[in-house]
Design a protein around this ligand. Structure first.
Ligand code: NAD
Length: 356
């Protein structure tokens, strides 16, 4: 039976293909840009970002290579000053979710168009969602101005992503699709994208870890990331994203690694309440049990670490449960303190998932 649904496609222009980065100047022009600022994280990415800025010739307003994880407001303010000083009219983000976050924060404040060239699989480029930190607090909001106008997926840009980062980043993308399958506002179209995204990533990630230079595997992962990011941008997220938000925001745990550690356990928690989603997820993963399959995939990728290895103190489990219950997201299975404690204790130790 087809359940009632609402589907509102995101107005993002997506360009996918090896060498697509060469289209950046014409895409800036297409948006009417005359002064485009390229954004990146510091370090190695900045050198490649500088080349992108140069490729824009007289439409370039230079480079800001100061993006950092969790989009701190003080960094956004530094970039804002530069944007104003140089009369920037277009933003070009080259990097992962951290760089995209900075572009989104600027676009929210100035309503400037954004072109994103993703180099990880976080999927942020496909969402109208922004998480910002200030004074140790992370707040998330959604606004149409935050959604990038154009995304250019070029496998060449992702080849330098270290396999260990690729692995957890891909698990982060799978988390978006997994929760989209049982989202309260799920739709048949998003479910199709979710299944295809999980299938692409589950096949590609082991290939990337074994052969980091494998272009086909890298391209398939980027394709999966696009689909999973679209899921995140289109429907509401549930327990898994709530737990990761709490763990990242309160304990400063690393984003993609935390998603990887929590996902099998959150899926096991929700399994009894969402049998159809579990069947579709398991089929996409090519396994009998979705939660166990995710646990084994993470282990195969060398990413199967417990939250304790990521820096969560044991006392943090009770605190995270309390925070999750204080301000919960909608979830298919009701949230109960005892069961959530069991979930997080298993995730803390890095044990296999179980549904109690
Ligand atoms: P990231 O952007 O922080 O990148 C991870 C690391 O990989 C960084 O050190 C970066 O410099 C490096 N890196 C990136 N691309 C590289 C490349 N091609 N070669 C070499 N090194 C490279 O990590 P991420 O997981 O993509 O993003 C995490 C951030 O994104 C978090 O702040 C998270 O909250 C946010 N996020 C937001 C959304 C959303 O929709 N709002 C979705 C997912 C993630």
């Amino acid at each position: 039976m087809i359940e009632p649904f609402v589907h509102a496609p995101l107005p993002v222009r997506v360009i996918f293909g090896a060498g697509a980065v060469a289209r950046l100047p014409e895409e800036v022009e297409r948006l009417g840009g005359r002064r485009a600022l390229v954004l990146s994280t510091p370090g190695r990415a900045a050198a490649r970002a500088q080349e992108l800025a140069l490729s824009l010739r007289d439409r370039s307003a230079g480079l800001f290579a100061g993006a950092v994880m969790h989009t701190p407001v003080d960094v956004t303010e530094q970039a804002l000053a530069l944007v104003r000083e140089r009369g920037v009219d277009t933003l070009v983000a080259f990097g992962g979710g951290s760089t995209t976050g900075l572009a989104k924060a600027l676009a929210l404040r100035l309503d400037l168009p954004q072109i994103v060239l993703p180099t990880t699989y976080a999927g942020s480029e496909m969402t109208p969602i922004l998480g910002e930190t200030s004074g140790g607090m992370k707040t998330t909001r959604s606004d149409p101005r935050i959604l990038p106008e154009t995304v250019i997926y070029d496998v060449e840009l992702s080849l330098a992503l270290p396999p260990a980062v690729a692995a957890v980043s891909g698990m982060n993308a799978i988390a978006h699709a997994a929760e989209a399958l049982y989202a309260r506002d799920r739709s048949p179209v998003i479910a199709l994208l979710a299944e295809e995204g999980v299938r692409a990533l589950a096949q590609a990630l082991p290939g990337i870890v074994a052969h980091p230079e494998d272009r086909d595997a890298r391209a398939a992962a980027l394709y999966g990331a696009w689909l999973c990011g679209t899921c995140l941008g289109s429907v509401g997220m549930a327990l898994h994203h709530k737990l990761c938000h709490v763990l990242g925001g309160t304990f400063g745990l690393p984003h993609a690694e935390t998603h990887t550690a929590v996902l099998p356990h959150a899926i096991a928690y929700n399994a009894p309440a969402a049998p159809e989603a579990m069947a579709r997820l398991a089929a996409a993963l090519g396994v009998a049990d979705a939660a166990l399959g995710l646990h084994e995939l993470a282990a195969r990728l060398g990413a199967g670490r417990g939250l304790r290895d990521l820096g969560l103190p044991q006392a943090g489990v009770a605190q995270a449960v309390a925070q999750t219950l204080a301000n919960p997201y909608w979830n298919p299975r009701p949230l109960a303190a005892e069961a959530l404690t069991g979930l997080l204790e298993r995730a803390w130790r890095g044990d296999p998932p179980a549904s109690d």
